[in-house]
Design a protein around this ligand. Sequence first.
Ligand SMILES: C=CC1=C(C)c2cc3[nH]c(cc4nc(cc5[nH]c(cc1n2)c(C)c5CCC(=O)O)C(CCC(=O)O)=C4C)c(C)c3C=C
Ligand code: FE2
Ligand code: FE2
Length: 378
Amino acid sequence: MTQLSPQPSAAAATADRPRRVAVVLFNLGGPDAPEAVRPFLFNLFNDPAIIRLPNPFRFLIASLISGRRAKPAAAIYAQIGGKSPLLENTEAQAAALEAALETSSAPDPVADPAPDPAAGGTDAKVFVAMRYWHPMSAETAARVKAYDPDLVVLLPLYPQFSTTTTASSAKAWAEAAQTVGLTAPTRLLCCYPTQAGFIDATADLIRPLYEAAKAHGTPRVLFSAHGLPKKVVASGDPYQWQCERTAESIAAALDIDHLDWINCYQSRVGPMEWIGPSTDAEIRRAGQEGVPILVVPMAFVSEHSETLVEIEIEYRHLAKEAGVPHFTRVPTVGVHPGFIDGLARLVRQTVAGKAAICAHNGDRICPSGFSGCPQARR
Ligand SMILES: C=CC1=C(C)c2cc3[nH]c(cc4nc(cc5[nH]c(cc1n2)c(C)c5CCC(=O)O)C(CCC(=O)O)=C4C)c(C)c3C=C
Ligand SMILES: [Fe+2]
Ligand SMILES: [Fe+2]
């Protein structure tokens, strides 16, 4: 439990300045053992945000696909110890955020330009809720209820909003909260695709690796995001648009003359058409052109199968085959202090009630003032 404001007092909680805040980090979750791969995949494909079919069709399709994909997916996880490291990495971020909220107890002039000295202190505790594997929303909501918060801040570890990730987690959370009788006011931070802490931390990680890659030619930076089926984007999902803004912002933060960069998409699954260009096509193109590349996973904020296997092993191998002169995987932001401080700032802004309301999401919040998603303009 940490102090969010400098003057703890016995003042009563108010809507503006709650005394106990539960911050819930949303992430996807991953199998914690080889036996968990199939049920994890079932949970994923049985999500109506992923397979948009009514039951019993969705249940049947999810059973079929998870059965088919279990073996190749288990082979992926076998390369990193038979399990996903996503939970431990997310827990490390939770601990770092809790510590940052504690050390950031000095007033924040941006988040709260006119703090009320009589309003009292705020304690914050950070929890983790995974969407498709444990700890899932029901388990975490019960723990949050036991903590008895005045305010719940839902913070997706997805910088870009998608119906398949953030909205799906938010829906699962709302159902779980209702089931356990958690009635505290709840605010969802919808997205932070251009937030300075996230962007600058990513640029920090790229810079020295870019300098090293220059020994092999003028490098190209591939900003690689998890893909989405085209029809999800066509139905109004702002994810791709927000990914483009993230890539542009990191490229600008790098401040490198004539930087050669492109935004591309990885991790395609299934027979549907996905958004592009695909990261593997871009790697092949770089091979044909003899250009060194850096692959930057800019929609993931910690390491897991998509970075440690798909990028580090599969794309590295593909790059070698394609004749790319030099391949670099840039690590995710993880517990980079700039990223964690950025998250702490988002939480403080939300607690202080200073965040802008995101137009397209009703009471969901764009704390970074990010108001530019296409839906916001509708
Ligand atoms: C940026 C975040 C993500 C989006 C958007 C997303 C959409 C999406 N994913 C699938 C299918 C799979 N994703 C899988 C793994 C996986 N996905 C994300 C993030 C996003 N997914 C993460 C962080 C992970 C890694 C989990 C881990 O290893 O811990 C998998 C499982 C792995 C595999 O079998 O390849 C599947 C399947 C769809 C269909 C989709 C949008 C419709
Ligand atoms: Fe995924
Ligand atoms: Fe938004």
